[in-house]
Ligand binder design. Sequence first.
Ligand SMILES: [Mn+2]
Length: 345
Amino acid sequence: MEKRFDTTLLEEMLSASMRPLLIGHFNPDGDSVGSLAGMYHYLRERGMTPSAVLPSPYPDYLAFLIGEDTPVTIHSHEDNSARELISSADLLICFDFNRLSRTEQLEEDILASKVPKVLIDHHPFPEVEYFDLVYSEIEVSSSCELLFWVLMSMSDVEGDVSSLGLKCAESLYVGMMTDTNNFYNSVSASTFEMASLLTDAGVDKTRLQECVYNNYSVDRMRLMGHLLKDCLYVIEDCGVAYLLLSDADKRLYNFAIGDSEGFVNLPLSIKGIRISALFSELDKGQDKYIRVSLRSKGDLDVNRFASLYCNGGGHLNAAGGRLYMPFEKVGPYIEKSFREFLKIG
Ligand SMILES: [Mn+2]
């Protein structure tokens, strides 16, 4: 249950560092923001002054983890501050991604940096060659859980959860909670143990659930209703169901970043459905593509499907990718692809 890690090298790197920089992935989710914020607060508790960057904005429902006391620099085309932070840092710690390309426009800057690099991640096949120290476990629920057990192994923590500080503890809890879809997938004994230790140490799980899951707009609720009623497609003989979220519908329902969170899981509650997908049209000038999210049950490998048909990857039961085609072609393309992938009809 309890996991132990060798933290000798990490502790050496941290004590040698004056300007550590924490980096999350593009389209940051709860796990990426949670692990970044968790490490941030842990280092602050120890008198260090870390910085943090994200390649793109985070959803509103995570704002409570990143208050004024956790300054995070968000990269944008117009502003070079994230790039400057990368070039001036003396240690880079990356969270919740296995490929540097997940940092999008910051990838080049990270590659150009010659300082020690650490990766803390739970996706398969991480690009270990770019890092000096890698904590990678794919059996673990989330990067937050992995970071939790790494921190618990640190010589200044030695298994004492209260020494992490409440903000660190809350951040790690939120990342684990969101990546497991509120304890629904990828949960093992060590995940429950982590949750139990964190709640014992004062984490208010009800408050965190309220902040994350009961904080949506009316528009988001109506958009979900519209999607389920008018934009849900079922390929019955394949056990596949998918949702098509167009840019026009997003505009109609005042879509905000994070509003489609959880939508992809909805079709999985239909009897007989074992794979679900969400295709979300993005139409922002030059960044025009269709964002793909995939979920599956059992041994159906959507990581493989994403890499074969959707220019992406992820985990066995949760993956993502991108399609470059007119939105109206997605339905026929995906039905054909699933038939080929599952060898049906
Ligand atoms: Mn994750």
